[in-house]
Write a protein that binds this ligand. Sequence first.
Ligand SMILES: CC(C)(COP(=O)(O)OP(=O)(O)OC[C@H]1O[C@@H](n2cnc3c(N)ncnc32)[C@H](O)[C@@H]1OP(=O)(O)O)[C@@H](O)C(=O)NCCC(=O)NCCS
Length: 229
Amino acid sequence: MPGASPLIADGRPCYRGAMHPISSDRPLVIIGAGGHGRVVLDAAIASGMAVRGFVADPPPPFTNDADYLGGLSLLSGDFLGDHDFIVAIGDQKVRRETCEQIRNDGGRLAIVIHPRAWISPSATIGGGTAIMGGVIVNANASVGDFCILNTGCSVDHDSVLEDGVQLCPGVRLAGRVHCGADAFVGTGASIIPDIRVGAAAVVGAGAVVVRHVQAGAGVRGNPAREQAR
Ligand SMILES: CC(C)(COP(=O)(O)OP(=O)(O)OC[C@H]1O[C@@H](n2cnc3c(N)ncnc32)[C@H](O)[C@@H]1OP(=O)(O)O)[C@@H](O)C(=O)NCCC(=O)NCCS
């Protein structure tokens, strides 16, 4: 059954530009079946991907368009080779560890992009990244592996998101913003041009970030200031 998934470049999925066809002969498995998992499911179905179902521990308390396939112990052998995977887990550490384990075991991470997202043809998107409806990724932006770009956020020109960055709904990154690995930017936060957000930093919901953020720091408010974490 035809489905869409990653364009494979150098053995790693790398999506370049909204106009490129992306296709895969492997159905998609979504790992994680909470609220975020169901949003990813909607995006995958809307984009025409063939979805096999959810893998999650414990089993999800709902039924849906896709089946529950079983727990994480499924992720080995033929199952790993027969599917593409997207890890729909909001927790930064758990998502990274799960993605790295899939890759280390020879599995393939998909890219899910809602058809109502706009991705510049000059932008790049790494494997395992999920991009929801209403997102804009503008010219020359670079989005790393297993990032989440949640509903309606925007990443403007020349911005760089290293691996594992999560932008919550409605986040606004101006041009040339740099987010280090595993940085988390809360709902509706805005970051002005040329700002660097350090690795694993946390930007609170609604913050307006006008100064660089240290790695591992937590900032909130307008203008955003560091808070003890
Ligand atoms: C910033 C954040 C990480 C802090 O979380 P926390 O450490 O658990 O903070 P708490 O809820 O214990 O609140 C501590 C204080 O900070 C304040 N505060 C919390 N979040 C704030 C924010 N985003 N902006 C300003 N103040 C905030 C609280 O009002 C509280 O103040 P008080 O001590 O005067 O009562 C969190 O509140 C946040 O903004 N998370 C974003 C979540 C999000 O967008 N998720 C979307 C998933 S799709």
